[in-house]
Design a protein around this ligand. Structure first.
Ligand code: ZN
Length: 290
């Protein structure tokens, strides 16, 4: 990063809304969208509030984490029917151990603009989130084949090194799009120092966003905005608005960031501007013979 030039706050700000995730339940916060209809309603409300990207997971009929392709297909159908211009980002996490590799890879073929690309394994709360090098190679290839942008989620410093290796090997197209994810129990802590260190390790000029879990969400998000990066919010990462006060909706969290962006002079990117900033749609690249 440049050490003498202050961040350019005139850069449009991409706000991503992570609507559901794998963990939060309605028992914890009734506003967490669970059914496809609720998820799409939340997505459209976030668009109104200032988000240009919606990042989505699916749940089973009991509200538990899931990852079947048909569940994502239902959400895609509803989004398309709504006519929204939102940039669609589907999770390939498979509900952290609950979906098959086939389902995790199959999500890419549904035609989202972006899919999550979790660039390594880690302890994740009380479980292990497994992303083997073989799986990542296959996921990278699926992204190239379908012209989908991988959102390279880095939960700790080593994940950035793994991403750089994949770029060097030509398995990921550049420019990439990074999401620095802090505060997962098992990953890098949700501190400003960690954010700055990780962002310093990214390839120069690469667009990046940051998110953090729980009470780290707001300080990390605000710092990312002030650094000239982009920001993710939403109930996937944090169910509270303030300490002791649950967020009323995903859109409420988005609207707060939009107001803060206004105050520091950062225009909020529309979905069209976001597509331009991220080079969407991506070119489809046919697999090279091994
Ligand atoms: Zn997610």
């Amino acid at each position: 990063m440049d050490t003498i030039t202050p961040p350019d706050l005139s850069q449009p700000l991409i706000i991503s809304a992570a609507l559901t995730g794998s963990s939060p339940s309605k028992a914890q916060n009734p506003a967490v969208p669970i059914t496809p209809e609720e998820i799409v309603e939340a997505a459209l409300a976030c668009r109104e509030a200032g988000a240009s990207i919606v990042h989505m997971h699916v749940r089973d009929d009991e509200g538990k984490a899931a990852g079947e392709v048909w569940r994502f297909a239902r959400i895609m159908e509803l989004l398309r029917a709504s006519g929204t211009d939102l940039v669609i980002n589907f999770s390939t996490s498979g509900g952290v151990g609950r979906a098959s590799e086939e389902d995790r890879l199959g999500v890419v073929g549904l035609g989202p603009d972006i899919v999550s690309f979790d660039c390594g394994s880690l302890n994740f709360g009380s479980t292990v989130f497994i992303n083997t090098p073989t799986f990542l190679d296959k996921l990278a290839q699926e992204c190239l084949t379908h012209g989908v942008l991988p959102e390279i989620e880095c939960f700790e410093q080593g994940h950035i090194a793994s991403a750089l290796r994949l770029i060097e090997e030509g398995k990921l197209d550049t420019p990439c799009w990074f999401q620095v994810v802090l505060g997962v129990r098992g990953g890098a802590p949700g501190t400003i120092k960690q954010l700055v260190q990780m962002v310093d390790s990214l390839p120069s000029g690469t667009p990046w966003s940051a998110c953090a879990i729980g009470r780290a969400q707001l300080p990390v998000g605000l710092t990312a905005m002030a650094m000239g990066g982009h920001v993710r919010t939403g109930l996937e990462d944090n169910i509270f608005y303030h300490k002791g006060r649950l967020a009323a909706s995903n859109a409420e969290l988005v609207a707060r960031l939009r107001r803060m962006a206004d105050e520091i002079g950062r225009p909020v990117a529309s979905p069209t501007e976001t597509r331009a900033l991220l080079g969407l749609p991506r070119t489809v690249r046919v697999a090279e013979p091994a």
